[in-house]
Ligand binder design. Sequence first.
Ligand code: ATP
Ligand code: MG
Length: 397
Amino acid sequence: MSRFVLLSPNGDFDQKLRAAVANGLRGTIQTISSDILPAGPAELFALLNQEQPEVLIIGPDVPYEEALRFAKVFDVQLPGLSLVLVSDVDPAGLLHAMRAGIRDILSPQADAAEIRVLLERACQSFATRHRGPEAQQPGDGKGLVIGVFSPKGGVGKTTLATNIAIGLGQVAPMSVVIVDLDLQFGDVASGLYLNPEHTVTDAVTPAAAQDSLVLKAFLTVHPAGIYALCAPPNPVDADHITPEQVSHLLDQLAQEFQYVVLDTAPGMPEIGLAAMEKCTDVVWVSAMDIPSLRGLRSGLEVLRQLDIMPESRHVVLNMADAKAGLNVRDVESTIGAPVDVSVPRSRAVALSTNRGIPVLQDSKKDPAVKSLRQLVQRFNPAWRTQAQRKLHRRVVI
Ligand SMILES: Nc1ncnc2c1ncn2[C@@H]1O[C@H](COP(=O)(O)OP(=O)(O)OP(=O)(O)O)[C@@H](O)[C@H]1O
Ligand SMILES: [Mg+2]
């Protein structure tokens, strides 16, 4: 069955669409190459052997009025289908198109990457509209929620969170969202070189909290095939966001995405603790110095007392350096827990922060890249089942 159907005589666009789908989307395309549209759903499905696609793409080179007529018929008879119009419409035309039931508009000049993002969105909206009411309940999502935490600042939380998100995006394109919960001074946007139009402030508004489609419209798409929800640009805005809103937001995202990656503020603020309670996986980060290691030990102790124990814990020693005067046994006895992954201090990592391109996005050869891939691997379902018994294996610095 074809997931996408294109109604257009334009061969060039057909090629671009196929390239977009081939580059990371599930499903196939069927093209009906004519500028005369079928009279309605029955005629179209006869051409498609009675199979219904998820996304119907109309144009380019289909008369605009004809496209809107067709959309209106579909909107009445099959409102669940996602209709995309490929046209250079002006704002007035846009309004007509939306009233006719067109869900999204694509420029005929769009490149394959833009087409892919838009198709992904159209498929998601199809999936949301075809879920039963029981699936709409927050909190029963299957996605992993991976939070990166540390009691001390500057140890590499943002570096690890952005690399985990990019690394997972390479395994599961468009199925990862990174959320910046360092609400006051977050720098996921800078770490990923993004200029977000919307932030967490928009994502916790009642409209987004009640409708995951609205929420998704507030996410920023990163060119590496992941979504990001960045922190508000003004630290004052962060004061209005409550732990309850964050908990609900994470429930919603876990329902929509395979992986939800959280960057957090240092310490254990209320927002961080609320987020930790939603985590399936907590990544604890420490740098290789005694204050940072002792901070982590106290942090783990506090959580034991609060009885917050996420399903899986991963301890990462970052900026590991053989010349720091400590060995892995010293580190583990100071933390009071085994180290799972050790990421060496690396110039490439330091540079990547300033460039806004995580090292896993570049195919650089660097010892830190190898360790970061090991960390990403820990969230791969196949690896988890095989390695469950060896979840905490001693590392060598
Ligand atoms: N393995 C590494 N090697 C070299 N530099 C690193 C490494 N990891 C992180 N850094 C650098 O350390 C600095 C702090 O990293 P990062 O911003 O990720 O820390 P953070 O824990 O998020 O800080 P904050 O608590 O302020 O949010 C950055 O300049 C980053 O490039
Ligand atoms: Mg940070």
